[in-house]
Structure formats: C-alpha cells, structure tokens
Ligand binder design. Structure first.
Ligand code: MSP
Length: 483
C-alpha cells in the first residue's frame, strides 16, 4: 500500500510587473524557494506558487511612459516584463510549480466569482471615498499613518482622492479575525508581527474601497463597468486563481504588506466562506548600506548581476546564512564574497574536493559511519521547519568543520585509510542532501558524481560505493573589488 504524501502549498507575494527584480524582492522568493525545496526533501507533495501583480495604476502609468495606452498595448508591455521576471527567477534557480499573472483570464474568472459571493453576502455597498492614496503602496492611507506628510514606506506624498467607488464591509469581520488570530497562535509569525496585527485590530477598523473609477486597465466590476477592482482585492485572489488546491499552508510575505494579508485577506475569505490559510510569515526588509532600496537612490542591485558575477548558489547561501528570517538586514556584496570564499569554497568545496580526490586515488571500504553521529540532524530539521535557516546552516557547517578536522587528524593522505574515507564520503552525501534547498546546483553536481538521489530517506541509507571520481571545483574564490 502506498501512503499518500502530505500536501504543502506555499506562496510568495506576486510582484508588481512594472518594476524589475532587485536584491530585496529576490530575497523573498529565494527564501520561499528554500522552504519549498525543504518540503520536497521531506517527500511532501509541494505546490509552490509565485507570479506577477499586473492590474495596477503603476502598470498603467509605466506602460504609458512607453507610449502604450490601449489595453492590448499594455498587455504586450506586461508580457515583455513578465519574461524578464521569469528569466531572473530561472537564473536564481527558483523552482516554482505555478506562475500566475493577474492579467490572465483564469484569474479574472476567480475574481468575478469571488466578488459575486461577497456581494451576495451583502458585504459590498456603493459610497464616496474622500481621502489619501499612496501610489507606491497602491493603498488608501490615512493622515494618521503619514510621517511628516509622507507615506512611511515610500517616502512619497500621497495623492488626494475624491471618488465614487464600492466598499467592502471590513468592520463586520474585525471581531472574528481578532478571535481567530488569538486562538491560532501560529497563524501570523513571527510573534512580534502577530502582536502588531492584534493591536492594530484592537484600535478599530474602517471599511475599505475595493474599486476605483476605470482608468483604462484592470478588471471591471461585473455590476458597474465604470469601475475596476482595486488592485489589492484583485491581487490577493491570485492565491486562489493560481492554486491547485486551496487553502495555502504558508504565505511568505514582506513586513510592509502584512496588514493586507493578515486583516483584509482573512476578512475576504470569511465573507466568501473560504478556508483560512494555515500560516502567514512576514520577513524583514533588506537595505543596502543602511539605505532603503530604491530606483531613485540607484542602489537597486540586480540579482542577475550578482548571479552572473558570482553564482546562484552563493547568492542564495548568503541570503539565508547571513540574515535572520523575520528580521531586517543590510545587504553587502563584500560579505557575500567573504562567505563565498571562507565558507562555501574553503570549507565545503575544499572538503569535497579533498575527500573525493583521495578516494579516487585510494579507494573506499564500506564500514559503519560513526562520524555521522556528530551531525545534529534533529536540530537541523527543526531549524528548517521553523525557517531558522541561519541556525540550520550553522549546524551543518559545524559538521563540515568536524569532517575537515577528521581528514587532518587521521592524515588520510598518508594513512590511506579506506574506511575513514568511506565515512567521509558518506558524510558528504548527508551534507549535500541537507544543503540542496540552499545550494541546489552544487548539491546536484555532487549527487551525480557520487551516484545518489537527493531526498531525506537517502540521508540515512549508507552509500553503496567503492569508486569515486575527484569532484570538479564547486565554488570559485572571488577577489572583492570595491566598485
Ligand atoms: N504586489 C504586491 C504584493 C501583492 S501579494 C497579493 C507587492 N509587490 S512588490 O513587488 O512591491 O513586493 C513584493 C515582495 O517583495 C513583498 O513581499 C515585499 O515585501 C518584498 N520586498 C520588496 N522590497 C524588499 C526589500 N528591500 N527587502 C525585503 N523584501 C522586499 O507588494
């Protein structure tokens, strides 16, 4: 009898199509990819969804700059941009199972169906919105939220709006959401973010507009063709339109978009009577030299540039070894290079090349692998489970150090001890499997060379191998030039 594998559905936010990826946006998807790969290692039936947020005023304005104003032209513009995003994700070895673009007909269908359910519930009414709108956030914003008259996230002055649109009765769901969050302790993580949402909910809620007057792009309301859906009402639904099976197990998001996901999204789902996602995890923000990443500051480092200069594995490794997932961090190319050289090349790369080189010359003799008892597997698994990538990697690298010392201590280049070499090759197999979510390219090369498949079951099975070929160089050492 075959046992059915556990489903695991994880999402990233969908990215605004008018921009291009930078290290901050790449950070979010790389960490999500690592989580998805970890679950694949566990043997789960993973569905990893990402995509693009296309139905916004930002898109319309960006396309207009290129002289594209008709719907067909704007669509062409987003098609071109979508290719760029997908190319970058490919370079970073992001292995998604679903890619949803909100300009697709399958998405529109879900938005209309969902809206009908919410309308039937009596949660939509026509009204007048008079207030502020931040085009950076694509959100209605209050005076109270401004800092020195500017949106705290985009440092931009919001625009004043006075327009008719349709409202969603968000207030109606306040108590229900509050109770849900209080009862389900893991619904919003980290804990600091859960607390933040609870106190926001306790301070009261206002109903929200879910449509804007038609500006020539976006999805029209079925009941009023002069209006289009407000981008967030539309975008959040990607998690359903792009899914294979609702609900999601995990929404990974940045901290700036927590309220949309932890307040508006649950209210929408309650209203339309859909199940809640299991968990929402908000990660921190990356800065560059302490400054917010922005086009105008010219510090929006492109992930393609980094991958071409270094490699995808180094960038991915740096992201999750260097930062605590859930906290803010400062991106530094210099530190990326140092970690590549000291940890990936000198420690791991060296171990693999030394051990496989010796094994090629001397050969192996199968024996019980006592060395592997020093690998703190349970701790590593727990850390991956709770997204503590930095801690998981610390443990894996502590074991890499132990392996390197083992080569030295036993003077394997002199002793020609085939059994000790076997222990080391078998330990490299375990390390390689555990590192695969983070550095898939190097791990796959090692697995191919040593002839094993990457999954957690194989980690505990001892290798049946006698001959080994010396591994190619896995990580090049890089000289850091301050540019
Ligand atoms: N389109 C919305 C999300 C809709 S989801 C239904 C959006 N897009 S975005 O392109 O602006 O941002 C996408 C993700 O990248 C967000 O989670 C955001 O927090 C994250 N990041 C953007 N800049 C970032 C950093 N500097 N650092 C870390 N994450 C960053 O918001």
């Amino acid at each position: 009898m075959t046992t059915k594998s556990k489903k695991f559905y994880v999402t990233t936010p969908i990215y605004y199509v008018n921009d291009v990826p930078h290290v901050g946006t790449a950070y979010c998807i790389v960490c999500s990819d690592i989580i998805a790969r970890w679950h694949r290692l566990l043997g789960d039936d993973v569905f990893f969804l990402t995509g693009l947020d296309e139905n916004s005023v930002k898109t319309y304005k960006a396309a207009k700059k290129f002289g594209k104003e008709t719907r067909a032209d704007i669509q062409k513009y987003t098609d071109q941009m979508a290719k760029k995003w997908q190319e970058v994700w490919k370079k970073l070895k992001i292995e998604y199972d679903g890619f949803i673009r909100t300009s697709e007909p399958r998405h529109k269908k879900v938005v209309l169906q969902f809206f009908n359910k919410v309308s039937k519930k009596g949660d939509i009414y026509k009204g007048k919105y008079k207030g502020l709108y931040c085009e950076g956030c694509e959100a209605f914003i209050t005076e109270k939220e401004l800092v020195n008259g500017l949106c705290p996230f985009h440092k931009k002055k919001p625009v004043k709006l006075e327009e008719e649109n349709y409202f969603f009765n968000l207030k109606k769901y306040r108590n229900r959401i509050l109770k849900y969050i209080e009862k389900n302790k893991n619904f919003i993580r980290p804990e600091s973010k859960r607390k933040e949402v609870i106190s926001f909910l306790k301070s009261g809620l206002k109903n929200i507009s879910i449509s804007r007057p038609d500006y020539g792009w976006g999805i029209n309301l079925p009941s009023d063709k002069n209006q289009v859906f407000w981008v967030w009402f539309d975008a959040l639904l990607n998690y359903i339109s792009g899914s294979r099976d609702w609900p999601a197990d995990l929404h990974i998001i940045g901290k700036d978009i927590l309220r949309f996901h932890a307040v508006i999204w649950p209210a929408m789902l309650f209203s339309a009577e859909y199940k809640m996602p299991r968990e929402i995890f908000a990660h921190g923000f990356l800065t560059v030299n302490g400054q917010k990443i922005s086009k105008s500051l010219g510090n929006a480092i492109s992930p393609s540039y980094l991958v071409e200069k270094y490699c995808a594995d180094s960038v991915r490794y740096y992201f999750c070894r260097n930062f605590v997932f859930g906290e803010d961090g400062d991106f530094s190319e210099k530190v990326l290079v140092e970690r590549n050289n000291n940890e990936l090349a000198n420690k791991f790369g060296n171990l693999v090349s030394r051990v496989t080189g010796l094994a090629e010359k001397i050969g192996l003799e199968k024996t019980e692998n006592k060395l592997i008892k020093k690998l703190k597997l349970e701790k590593i698994e727990k850390n991956f489970e709770s997204y503590k990538f930095d801690k998981a990697l610390n443990e894996i690298f502590a074991f890499i150090d132990i392996c390197n010392e083992y080569v030295q201590k036993n003077k394997l280049w002199e002793s020609h001890d085939k059994k000790r070499l076997y222990e080391l090759v078998d330990s490299i197999k375990a390390i390689t499997i555990l590192l695969w979510p983070v550095i898939p390219s190097a791990s796959e090369k090692i697995a191919k060379n040593l002839g094993f498949e990457i999954n957690l079951k194989n980690l505990k099975k001892s290798l049946n191998i006698r001959k080994v070929k010396k591994s190619e160089i896995l990580f090049k050492k890089i000289k850091y030039k301050n540019i």
